[in-house]
Write a protein that binds this ligand. Structure first.
Ligand code: PHE
Length: 477
């Protein structure tokens, strides 16, 4: 009896709420079309994560088996969580903190779900603080390319170029500052629209250049060795931590778990299919990461570099191949311009949730919010700048300050955020709400999403986290 009453009350409540929900629109306007939304989310997803981070973490973690776990995570955890984030964002139509607060109250009578938003804001802060420094490396490499440093360069020249950048904190600080200012200016002016249009041209251009490089790699004697390294799984290379890093990489690369996609979903018009848009983004992002890996590893082996050398890997290997090409000045400049551009569109996704929150909640103007947040993140970035020189010996837990920022944000905060998002969308939100928002019908496609979101994604994330923390082994005795 009590239960039926409860259900009745809920239905009444929903009847009262639904009309207001339908009127809910975003303060920041809407995307003009589905294509703009896809471009924005792809712009946020494709970036340094695909070209800089994926190859070096795959290299550090032994290749094939890591790549396989990464791909599995993308499909069974990444895709359903991305769809969940878009659906929550569109239903809430606010910044991630307010969205989760409002939806939590609507669906469960609890406002503490806003912690998902807070978790995301912290993750975005930490990630952008190092992301901007690496974006700065890419800027520095534009300059090097224009100067012709890489033309016919041999291993010694390329190593010297990278080492001298790492050794000089003022240079790194300069480029980091420039990258941060570029990000702030775009977010302050709200000129994202222009950038999305540019994504349409520049992202394919990046892919074209990677394909050109693929031809270079394919002609190397080490092409086969590169492919074997990437695709032949050696399961002895897997342990709890490598599995966690592979999952963290899936979250990082897809931009999920921190509210970036949720913030973009808030501007998505009704009637746009969340399923197919998410699928397109996930597919594009994953293909670009694979392409980068297939290009880079043969080069790494050909020039006797160490695939496990760490964050410098791409900046070490690609200039060697670019320098061999005809018009190498043009091509290597183009490559680093496009890489910087990819990083730029991602950094906007990293900062947008916090800026949107300050604008909506504390009535700051967009420029004030952007400069405030950007300034704070810039300052935090000093930790990463110094990790490569002055403080390189200051190591704890996972390594340098940079290593720890990355580990904490990518492998703990993003998965934790994703776990909560999946639980909310799969268990807390009532079936009607998610079915209505996803608009997949009630057939197989909806059932698959719901199954993945209720069971596979949360259980998978929880197991990987527990396993890496050693708790699982402890529980087994
Ligand atoms: N996905 C981006 C990349 O691969 C990084 C990012 C993470 C952007 C989280 C936004 C949010 O480079």
């Amino acid at each position: 009896m009590a239960r039926r009453e409860l259900a009745q009350n809920r239905r009444l409540l929903r009847a009262l709420l639904v009309p207001t929900m339908e009127k809910r629109t975003s303060l920041h306007g809407h995307w003009s079309s589905r294509t703009t939304f896809i471009l924005a989310v792809t712009g946020s997803a494709v970036g340094l994560g695909n070209i800089w981070k994926f190859p070096y973490v795959a290299g550090e973690n032994g290749g094939g088996a890591f790549v396989l776990v990464y791909l599995i995570c993308v499909v069974v955890i990444g895709l359903p969580i991305m769809m969940s984030e878009v659906l929550l964002g569109r239903r809430g139509r606010r910044n991630p903190i307010t969205t989760m607060k409002v939806l939590g109250e609507e669906e469960a009578g609890k406002s503490w779900w806003q912690i998902v938003g807070w978790n995301g804001i912290i993750a975005g802060f930490l990630i952008l603080s190092f992301y901007s420094v690496i974006g700065g490396w890419s800027l520095a490499y534009i300059e090097r390319s224009i100067m012709g440093t890489f033309v016919k360069a041999d291993g010694a020249v390329v190593t010297e170029t990278l080492d001298s950048l790492f050794a000089s904190w003022p240079r790194m600080l300069f480029w980091h500052s420039l990258f941060m200012v570029m990000t702030i200016v775009v977010v302050a002016k709200g000129v994202q629209r222009g950038l999305e249009r540019a994504v349409e041209v520049l992202m394919p251009a990046l892919v074209v250049l990677l394909i050109v490089l693929l031809f270079v790699s394919a002609r190397l004697d080490t092409f086969q060795a590169g492919l074997t390294f990437m695709f032949e799984p050696d399961f002895s290379k897997l342990d709890g931590d490598t599995i966690l890093v592979a999952m963290g990489q899936a979250f990082f690369s897809l931009s999920i778990g921190m509210g970036a996609v949720m913030a973009y979903g808030a501007y998505l018009p009704e009637g746009t299919s969340i399923g197919s848009t998410s699928l397109i983004v996930v597919f594009a992002d994953t293909m670009i990461a694979m392409l980068a890996g297939v290009v880079i590893f043969p080069i790494v082996f050909n020039f006797g570099l160490d695939p496990a050398e760490g964050p410098g890997l791409v900046f070490h290997s690609l200039p060697l191949a670019l320098g061999q090409l005809p018009w190498s000045v043009v091509l290597s400049t183009a490559f680093f311009v496009l890489l910087t551009f990819g990083a730029w569109t991602s950094s906007i996704g990293l900062i947008e949730p916090t800026v949107a929150w300050l604008v909506e909640r504390h009535q700051l103007s967009r420029p004030t919010a952007a400069w405030l947040v950007g300034g704070a993140i810039w300052f935090l970035g000093l930790g990463t700048v110094l990790s490569f020189n002055v403080l390189s010996d200051f190591q704890f837990f996972k390594g340098t300050i940079f290593d720890n920022l990355d580990y904490l944000a990518s492998n703990i905060l993003l998965p934790a955020g994703g776990l909560l998002i999946a639980i909310f969308a799969g268990w807390v939100m009532c079936r009607n709400s998610s079915a209505e928002e996803l608009d997949l019908g009630t057939g197989l496609r909806y059932k698959v999403w719901r199954f993945l979101t209720r069971f596979i994604a949360p259980v998978g994330v929880a197991l990987v986290l527990l396993n890496a923390s050693g708790l699982l082994a402890a529980m087994r005795g």
